[in-house]
Design a protein around this ligand. Structure first.
Ligand code: CMC
Length: 416
């Protein structure tokens, strides 16, 4: 991290060269805020050897908890008792249905989705904004109102995704009245809303664990965005809409879609028979030469790999081993064989590890989930982390307002 002395000419907080104030201070500068501590949180800790949600380690949660339990942990602050969990689940199920205005918007978005002018993340962002208008608590930032809004968003985001998929597929909307099937758990209901079919136990379990893995990740770009918005004392729906915008980008949540698109591109270029052969090495070498960023690899914080990636890779591959038929023309396990080969080359040649988005791509693909819905599903999980951070920001707020270094023209006279 470089340290820039705060001369008036180099630090723009003074208004591009005038006055003192903040410009007299020493300001630490790191491009992309790398290594900068942006705040304090009791929600999550990312450490090189573990990832912790409110005191619980991610492998422990993935193995022993359900997504609803983790959502409760993040939103309400502690592990739920059986009675608390039952109450929480009932509250969330009761909030699943969308206001007709939101459903009408989703139905009206079919043309934009079909033309490609809008992708599902855009429609989800707008639908969340509309939900703000229909929420009686929208303008109330108190802890109790924030918790009520968080549960409603948690409940309704899968319904938005499901309704949108029905519109994309030209099918009748599933679960318009109830937001799905009330007897199904959160992850299973999400799949049901998208397909109209009750998922198998394995599919529901893998989706549930993927939601746990995606639920929270400290001061990542989208969570930081939500905190910046909440820090102005703006409301939860505004912050979540901003978070969705930040998550959409391929350097962040959008990477799960791009990771799968990259694997499809490799197969298109080298053919099915090329999997496992030196053709993959050659494809990767070409990518390295052209300085291409390989999606689903690398991380700003983790130096020795993303704790979540191995969990999802193991689960996804295990389920793939039970699947028959083909997926995008290949047996399910072939995608994982290719993924493992790509991972191995990336590690050997670049020492760069996969992040959670890499196995997510293959896992969701072999669950026959349409690729453009991978990042919206990420939202269905991360809403819990975002809401926890927004509430935490509101509860102990200070405006988030960093400085910048001015790189524009030197001072000159308008009439000179
Ligand atoms: N493919 C190829 N090279 C890479 C990659 C990659 N995925 N990631 C990092 N590098 C190289 C990069 O080219 C650079 O090399 P050099 O120093 O020779 O120029 C070096 O590693 C440092 O990369 P960086 O982009 O400066 O590192 P960063 O900390 O700014 O970026 C990152 C982190 C996640 C944006 C980046 O690794 C990346 O673009 N990855 C691909 C997108 C992706 O998978 N994003 C998901 C992130 S984690 C989960 C989530 O948020 O959804």
């Amino acid at each position: 991290m470089g340290v820039v002395s705060g001369s008036p000419a180099s630090v723009s907080a003074s208004g591009g060269g005038g006055g003192g104030g903040a410009a007299d201070k020493q300001a630490a500068f790191a491009k992309g805020l790398e290594g900068v501590i942006g705040g304090q949180t009791g929600v999550c800790s990312i450490e090189q050897d573990k990832l912790i949600y409110r005191g619980y380690e991610i492998h422990d949660l993935a193995e022993h908890a359900t997504f609803e339990e983790v959502a409760f942990l993040l939103l309400e602050g502690h592990k739920p008792s059986p009675a608390e969990l039952a109450r929480f689940k009932a509250e969330v199920v009761a909030e699943r249905a969308l206001h007709p205005a939101a459903t009408a918007f989703i139905e009206s978005a079919g043309g934009w989705l079909a033309s490609g002018r809008a992708v599902p993340m855009d429609v989800l962002r707008t639908a969340v904004s509309i939900l703000g208008h229909t929420d009686v608590d929208c303008q109330d930032n108190s802890p109790s109102a924030n918790l009520r809004k968080a549960k409603r968003l948690l409940a309704k985001i899968p319904t938005i995704i499901g309704h949108m998929q029905c519109v994309i597929d030209g099918r009748a909307i599933i679960g318009r009245e109830l937001g799905g099937a009330p007897d199904l758990d959160h992850a299973a209901n999400l799949l049901y809303l998208m397909t109209g079919k009750r998922p198998s136990k394995d599919e529901a379990k893998v989706m549930d664990v993927s939601l746990i893995l995606y639920a929270e990740h400290e001061f990542n770009a989208s969570t930081f965005t939500t905190r910046v918005i909440a820090g102005t004392l703006s409301d939860m729906h505004s912050a979540v809409a901003g978070g969705i915008g930040a998550l959409k980008g391929p350097l962040h949540g959008g990477a799960n879609e791009m990771a799968m698109e990259m694997l499809k591109e490799i197969v298109k270029d080298i053919g099915e028979d090329g999997i496992g052969s030196a053709k993959v090495d050659a494809w990767m070498e070409q990518a390295f030469v052209s300085k291409r960023k390989l999606m689903g690899f690398g991380h700003r914080v983790y130096r020795n790999g993303d704790h979540r990636a191995g969990i999802l890779m193991g689960l996804g591959k295990k389920m793939a081993g039970t699947l028959t038929g083909t997926f995008g023309g290949l047996p399910a396990l072939k995608w994982f064989a290719l993924g493992e080969q790509v991972q191995g080359i990336m590690l050997a040649k670049k020492k760069i590890f996969p992040n959670v988005d890499f196995p997510c791509g293959m896992t969701y693909f072999t669950m026959r989930i349409p690729v453009p819905q991978y990042t919206p599903i990420f939202v269905a999980a991360r809403i819990t982390g975002w809401a926890a951070h927004i509430s935490e920001q509101h509860a102990d707020n200070r405006l988030i307002r960093p400085l910048s270094i001015y790189t524009g023209p030197a001072l000159k006279k308008w009439n000179g």
